[in-house]
Design a protein around this ligand. Structure first.
Ligand code: SAH
Length: 214
């Protein structure tokens, strides 16, 4: 049976996103419009709007809706930006970014996820996304600089490549810590070359694996 999840999605946004303090109307609209159930396997679609991360195979997870909202809001996107995303996974976060920015460059190390991502993004007619199978811990030098970088996997520290690939005023959001727990950081490149750093919340992501990660 084809299910229409509009009511579940509205409830997710009201209870998990708006009630917890997310207020950027563009982020709220994007989360109301992207059909999250299309980013999980058929057997889990009934859980797609629940308040949790979910398995997507290959020992990876689709992030909890609230986490996606916090990270996206922290980027302050207006629609003109070029955004780098590390860890495409299910491509749910990718789709939200594609709604809110001009172009999204998303890197994933696991090939099967890129195939699925292409399919679902095509289905939703989100054509402003470039996908690449690679180690994202060194960023995407050919396409730099970026107005925003979002990293969806936890790292022991911040790869300098990410800082180098940010434009002035650009924002990096990423979880940094050990494998058990991380702090979500928001880092802004200042015009004098320094970086302003802020802690957003505690979180638990799967590990960022590669040259500069684990
Ligand atoms: N935003 C995704 C998160 C998926 S989990 C979602 O909500 O579905 C994090 C993803 O980061 C995993 O798919 C994992 O394979 C990927 N990843 C881990 N290390 C990576 C690296 N060095 N480069 C690219 N992707 C990486």
């Amino acid at each position: 049976m084809m299910m229409d999840y509009t009511i579940s999605r509205r409830r997710m946004v009201d209870q998990q996103i708006v009630e917890r303090g997310i207020s950027d109307p563009r982020v709220i609209d994007a989360m109301l419009s992207v059909p999250r159930h299309l980013f999980v396997e058929t057997g889990l679609q009934g859980h797609a709007y629940s308040d949790s991360s979910l398995p997507i195979g290959e020992k990876q997870t689709i992030s909890q809706p609230y986490t996606v909202a916090v990270m996206t809001e922290a980027l302050g996107l207006q629609g003109t930006e070029r955004v780098l995303e590390i860890g495409t996974g299910s491509a749910y976060q990718t789709a939200i970014l594609a709604k809110l920015a001009k172009r999204v460059y998303s890197i994933e190390r696991i090939g099967v996820f890129i195939g699925r991502a292409r399919k679902v993004l095509d289905q939703l007619r989100l054509s402003n996304v470039n996908l690449k199978i690679a180690d994202g811990t060194i960023g995407w030098q050919d396409q730099a600089p970026f107005s925003a970088i979002l990293v969806a996997a936890g790292s022991p520290d911040i790869p300098t490549e990410y800082l180098d690939q940010l434009e002035i005023g650009g924002v990096l959001v990423m979880p940094v810590g050990d494998e058990e727990q991380q702090t979500l950081l928001r880092i802004v490149r200042q015009s004098d070359g320094s970086f302003k750093r802020e802690q957003l919340m505690n979180c638990k992501f799967v590990p960022l694996i590669g040259q500069r990660g684990w």
